[in-house]
Design a protein around this ligand. Structure first.
Ligand code: SIN
Length: 303
């Protein structure tokens, strides 16, 4: 019997599979498909202080081996998430969850972090400084080590729970940003968010997305994500949640060998709502095939 258990900042996960933020709603929406309690955890839809309608449509485009999104952080606001979404999730999911927060100022990150930190079911606060689809916030904090460190420090100051910083791949040196976050007190790093990209509609000869650019996710970005997890693992000693195009049990093993302690599955959920379930079910056989008894023992094994 193989051991799929892993740990994030002292929190035990029965397996490393976590649906990624923005691909699984607030969790309860997926309850009709399977018993969510098989999941290691769930990363909730990115939440801001105020409700947001998001960007104009079209805001989704397909690509070979992936998709673009320019959703723009649509969400009902942190109050509604705490008062409605979290209680709804609690009825169908009993494990600690990852609360993904975003902001347009340090004060907004702090407001969201404070609210989420007080929620019993929140195990980890995941600070998204990497959304490529909004102006004046999101990714602008994630492309400078100084700004990334400032957000980290401010959120850490008000949180009692572990704080993980979600990084952007749209930088030349992701390890430098990760290191700045670690030095500012981050408990862990989540990476990667989507790669800035675009498509042009040949009929209109104009950008396909109303926001012009969006974030590329899906299997196309897996090797980029793997490379960045590998680089960040070398630079920091805090845990990494790896993500980016993960769609099979084999991808999970690769991510963990590169240095991830847990793995988020994103775009795969949008194509197949059973993606996480299928990965969890096929993981033991994949581990046996590659002679792995315990997943926690292979973290960073490729180094
Ligand atoms: C979005 O809502 O635009 C996606 C979230 C993200 O990429 O961080």
């Amino acid at each position: 019997m193989v051991d799929t258990k892993v740990f994030l900042s002292g929190i035990e996960l029965s397996n490393p599979i976590i649906p990624a933020s923005g691909t699984f709603g607030f969790g309860a929406e997926f309850e009709r498909f399977y018993d969510l309690n098989i999941l290691g955890s769930i990363s909730l839809k990115g939440t801001t202080a105020q409700p947001r309608f998001g960007n104009p449509t079209p805001r989704i485009a397909e690509c070979p081996s992936g998709m673009l999104n320019s959703v723009g952080l649509q969400n009902p606001g942190v109050l509604e998430v705490c008062e409605t979404e979290l209680p709804r999730l609690k009825e169908v999911y009993i494990k600690p969850v990852v609360a993904n927060i975003s902001g347009f100022s340090i004060e907004e990150y702090v407001e969201c972090a404070l609210a989420m930190d007080s929620q019993e079911q929140v195990g980890i606060i995941e600070v998204n400084i990497s959304c490529p689809n909004v102006h004046g916030g999101g990714m602008s904090f994630g492309v400078s080590p100084k700004a990334a460190a400032e957000v980290t420090r401010a959120v850490k100051d008000v949180c009692s729970k572990p704080v993980y910083i979600k990084l952007s791949p749209n930088v030349s040196n992701i390890a430098e940003i990760a290191l700045a976050c670690e030095k500012a007190g981050a408990d862990g790093i989540s990476l990667i968010n989507t790669l800035l990209a675009m498509r042009i509609d040949l009929k209109t000869k104009k950008p396909l997305l109303a926001n012009v650019m969006g974030g590329l996710s899906g299997p196309a970005i897996f090797p980029v994500a793997l490379r960045m997890v590998y680089e960040v693992y070398k630079a920091v000693s805090i845990p990494i949640i790896g993500m980016g195009g993960v769609s099979s049990a084999e991808d999970v093993i690769e991510m963990m060998l590169a240095g991830a302690s847990a793995v988020q599955v994103g775009a795969a959920n949008l194509k197949n709502p059973f993606a996480c379930k299928e990965i969890i079910e096929t993981l033991p056989a994949a581990m046996e095939k590659y002679g792995i008894d315990s997943l926690s023992e292979i973290i960073g094994g490729a180094h």
